[in-house]
Design a protein around this ligand. Sequence first.
Ligand code: SF4
Ligand code: SF4
Length: 136
Amino acid sequence: MTTKRIHFKFPAKAASQPVVTHLVRDYNLDVNIFHARVNQKEEGFMMLDLTGSDQEIANGLEYLKSLRIEIHDADIGLQWDETRCTSCGNCLNHCPTNALYIPDRSTMKVDYRSDKCVECLNCIDNCPFGACSSLI
Ligand code: SF4
Ligand code: SF4
């Protein structure tokens, strides 16, 4: 069994397709969704783990490509720009793993540790200063 973390970027046409249902039912994959933004009329994206045999994962990814869904490795996910971060703290309660955190309470300066980040992308919507972004 292998687990592969990936981002999908949906064109508007594919956003109305029940792709997760197909991945589970037709390609025998376990799917664990971390973050999704799907609007049936617009482009959308989803970040998830696929678990199955290498062949099952390959077959599932071929199915997604047939729908013209862009597939990216997850490690292009979160980008944190320290120069834009004001340490306002707004993101902290939205970060499930404390990847965004305050290492030193005496300074209250926010920092980011990529090894803790599960790329849920919650912080993007909760950063008023644009310090958090994603390439998708
Ligand atoms: S993407 Fe999620 S886990 Fe990573 S820093 Fe942002 S909120 Fe935290
Ligand atoms: S919400 Fe944005 S600016 Fe505020 S602490 Fe978090 S990353 Fe920095």
